[in-house]
Each structure stands twice: as C-alpha cells, then as structure tokens.
Design a protein around this ligand. Structure first.
Ligand SMILES: *[C@@H]1O[C@H](CO)[C@@H](O)[C@H](O)[C@H]1NC(C)=O
Length: 282
C-alpha cells in the first residue's frame, strides 16, 4: 500500500490586490505553470482511505479491511446470529432520511446500506429490525448523538417538526418497500431531553417538553396507522417511565416502550450488584 503525501506551496499572487469579485472582467484564472502553491490535501475526510489512518480502520472495520466497499459486506451479523441475537436496533440520523437545508450533516446512500444489512439479517436469520431515528433537526437532547451538541432546538420548532415527519414518512416508506415489512419496528425518537441538567432522570423532560414529545408520538402513530397499522411503533420517552406515557394511548395502539436505565447516573451500581438492579427493573 502506497501513501502519497502532497505538500503544495501556495501562491502569493492573490495577496497583492486580493481576490477579484467573481463577476469582474478583471478575473484572473490560475496559470499552473507559474502558480507557487502552498496547500494541504484533506485526504481521509470526504473520501475514506485505509492507508491514511490504518489504526482507525483496523479498530473500526476489522484488521485487514482495505476499502469501504468490503466494509459494508463484512458484517458481524453472522456472529450475532450465532450468539442467539434475534433483534437489531439500528440507530440512524435524520439526515439518513431527509436533507434539511440548514443542516451540514451528510445525506447520501445510508438507506441503501441499511437495506443491505437489514435484508441480510432478515433473510438469513429472521432477525427483527428496529429502525431507530436517533437524532432530529435542531438536536433533541444537547448531545451530538441527538443531532447537535449543546442544542435541543427541536423542541417547540414547527419547522423541525415538519422535517421530523418527513423523516418518519421516509422510514415508513423504507419499511413498506421492504420484502418483509413485518420484520420491522419503527422507533422515531431517542432520549428527548429539554432539561439537560437532569439527564438520565425523569426531570430531564419538562412538562412542556413531554407535551411536545407526546404530540410528536401521536403524529408518528397516526402516520404509521394510516399506512400499515401492523408496524409496531417503539416509543422512547426520555427517562419518564412507561407508566407516565401509557395513559395517553389506547389498547389498540400498536406501541412498545423502550426504557433506558442509566445505572451509572445516581444509582449505587457496581459490577457486583448490577444484575440485581437489572432484575428489579425488568
Ligand atoms: C427551527 O428549525 C429549523 C430546521 O432545523 C431551523 O432552520 C430554524 O433555525 C429553527 N428555528 C429556531 C427559532 O430555532
């Protein structure tokens, strides 16, 4: 494997009078024969190359993986199935489903790979797939994983909500277009938090925040029911318990609650007593 490092020497030509405006008839095009460049190549940023960061590739793709093409074929699904795994929760960003104009997050072929992975797991092993929309526009919980570090601007923002529903519609379409719509559950939100100081605890979601989340849950449920009511909707209601949410739904709603227990947050948990806590919560 050869790794070429380019060091360019950059021009001084523009420095003299600054860059002319694009529409100026004084525009001067670059003459590479005289151009003295002093630049840098941003390799491994938008175009992944194993040789640029082999340590990261070995750690994340597995030793010996040489390109992105094989990364996506080199799945661990076989190992998981052998270990008895029957459900996969696959977090996705909203940007995998929709492009939001003011978001710098990449929207590309994520769903194509999601299709490959989920088809394989379903066909080969009958594994059930939970499609999780982990982030939403504006950020849902002040964490990077929720869309944006330091932001929970998704709350009370109608534009962000409209894009969230577009995200949901795209995910429903993905499930419906599958050969196995019965092998999916849709989870439209993860750990919504509008009071980050209480992260991990019920107060992480204020009453106003809970009202916003509930209206989103209802909107998602209505969309799923209008398309295919047999697709289960999994609700992750921050750190409020299932008993907080369940009175807002009726028995015929096809929902399941996903409860996140943060054993490290405020509970006297150690590796020795963790099983006891797990059993208590089960
Ligand atoms: C609402 O959300 C949209 C989409 O993410 C964003 O462009 C806009 O700036 C947000 N508005 C406010 C007031 O945060």
């Amino acid at each position: 494997m050869r790794f070429t490092q380019l060091t360019l020497t950059l021009v001084t030509a523009l420095a003299a009078e600054g860059a002319p405006p694009a529409n100026s008839n004084r525009a001067t095009y670059l003459d590479w024969s005289t151009f003295k460049a002093n630049g840098v190549n941003l390799g491994g940023w938008l175009h992944q190359e194993q040789a640029i960061d082999p340590v990261w590739w070995d750690a994340n793709g597995g030793a010996g993986l040489l390109d992105e093409w094989d990364w996506c074929a080199n799945l661990d699904i076989d190992k998981m199935a052998a270990a008895g795994i029957s459900v996969l929760r696959i977090p996705t960003g909203y940007n995998a489903w929709v492009h939001v104009p003011d978001s710098p997050l990449y929207t590309g072929s994520q769903t194509r790979f999601l299709r490959t992975i989920s088809d394989y797991a379903i066909r080969r092993y009958g594994i059930h797939i939970i499609i999780n929309i982990h982030s939403l526009p504006g950020g849902v919980n002040n964490l990077g994983l929720g869309g944006r570090e330091g932001h929970h601007d998704w709350f009370n923002n109608q534009t962000a909500l409209d894009y969230s529903y577009k995200t949901v519609d795209a995910a429903i379409k993905f499930i419906e277009e599958s050969d196995f719509p019965d092998k999916f559950t849709l989870q439209p939100l993860n750990e919504p938090v509008d009071n980050p100081a209480a992260f991990g605890f019920p107060d992480a979601l204020t009453d106003a925040g809970a009202a916003w989340v509930l209206s989103y849950f209802r909107g998602v449920l209505a969309r799923v029911q209008a398309t295919n009511a047999k697709i289960p909707v999994m609700l992750q209601g921050s750190f409020r318990p299932a008993s907080f949410w369940s009175p807002d739904f009726v028995d015929t709603d096809n929902i399941v609650f996903d409860v996140h227990n943060y054993y490290f947050a405020g509970r006297p948990t150690t590796s020795a007593n963790l099983p006891k806590f797990l059993c208590q919560d089960a």
